[in-house]
Design a protein around this ligand. Structure first.
Ligand SMILES: O=C(O)CCC(=O)C(=O)O
Length: 280
């Protein structure tokens, strides 16, 4: 059964154990969450953004310049793409994350695609998402939908299980190692996880197209480059927030996520970060 299209209450298919697993580990995998038709639609939409060098495209392929491959992402893409707007707002995705977070309300924060072409040496550095985002609260999740067959060697995203509960915030840095974000004095440097992988409980999943990772905004995660000679590694990520989240415009966040329309300490509600689900 396909999680997104076949049901009114997504948790009836997922089961309560997924919510407990997400709470415990900070990351879960939902198999075949998205239909083949939606995977195809997402591939086409992402190709439009990535292949036309759209203005919201960031090229992270700087760390290993001169090597083959390319690692790009694009950000806030649903605004210009009606099919992505429909998918992020009107599919069962908001209800699914609302149930997984145990929230009464879900806002769409933003969407983003990540493409690692074959032979890309650039890793996705280990990081937490929330230090990049002007948000406070626990109801912050990403759904990362695989659009290709993904393994650790082709750049599958890995997570440090339980790290969302460490009560530690790590300084945000750009993926390319350039354009450092403003330093936040209270934030620590990310530990060198690659230097001592066995010290951490690292979890990951091989994915087929349509499988979906769901993870908390405070979970440490990263990915290797794409060592495959012929397989792309495309992911479509949607960032949702829930009812316990407030706007926190502290220094050091991604500039374009600040909003003049929101009040510090207030809810995200507004046209920029719309409410897409309410518990009935
Ligand atoms: O796809 C990737 O390599 C990075 C994904 C990521 O860091 C995220 O979705 O927060």
């Amino acid at each position: 059964m396909n999680v997104m299209t076949e049901m009114h209450n997504p948790m009836s298919v997922l089961g309560a154990s997924k919510r407990a697993e997400l709470d415990r580990d900070g990351a879960i995998c939902v198999r075949q969450a998205v239909s083949a038709a939606d995977v195809e639609m997402l591939r086409e939409e992402i190709a439009f953004v990535v292949e036309r060098d759209s203005p919201n495209l960031t090229d992270h392929t700087k760390r290993n310049k001169g090597t083959s491959g390319r690692f790009v992402s694009a950000f806030k893409i649903w605004h210009d793409r009606p099919k992505l707007a429909a998918f992020t707002h009107d599919s069962n995705m908001p209800a699914l994350v609302g149930e997984l977070m145990g929230a009464d309300r879900v806002n769409l924060f933003f969407d983003q695609c990540f493409v690692k072409e074959p032979g890309t040496a650039d890793p996705t550095p280990w990081h937490q998402d929330q230090p990049f985002w002007p948000l406070l609260g626990n109801h912050v999740v990403t759904t990362w939908i695989a659009l290709d067959h993904v393994t650790r060697d082709s750049g599958g995203v890995e997570f440090v299980a339980g790290s969302h509960k460490w009560s530690r915030w790590f300084q945000a840095k750009s993926f390319s190692g350039e354009n450092e974000l403003e330093r936040h004095e209270a934030f620590e440097e990310v530990p060198d996880i690659e230097a001592d992988r066995s010290a951490y409980d690292i979890i990951s999943w091989d994915l087929d197209p349509g499988d979906m990772l769901v993870f908390n905004g405070m979970t440490l995660h990263g990915a290797a480059g794409n060592a495959s000679g012929d397989k792309r590694r495309r992911g479509y990520a949607i960032r949702y927030t829930g009812s316990d989240v407030v706007y926190d415009p502290r220094p050091g966040c991604t500039q374009s996520l600040y909003s003049d329309a929101l009040k510090a300490g207030g809810p995200l509600d507004g046209s920029e970060y719309p409410v897409v689900w309410r518990r009935s």
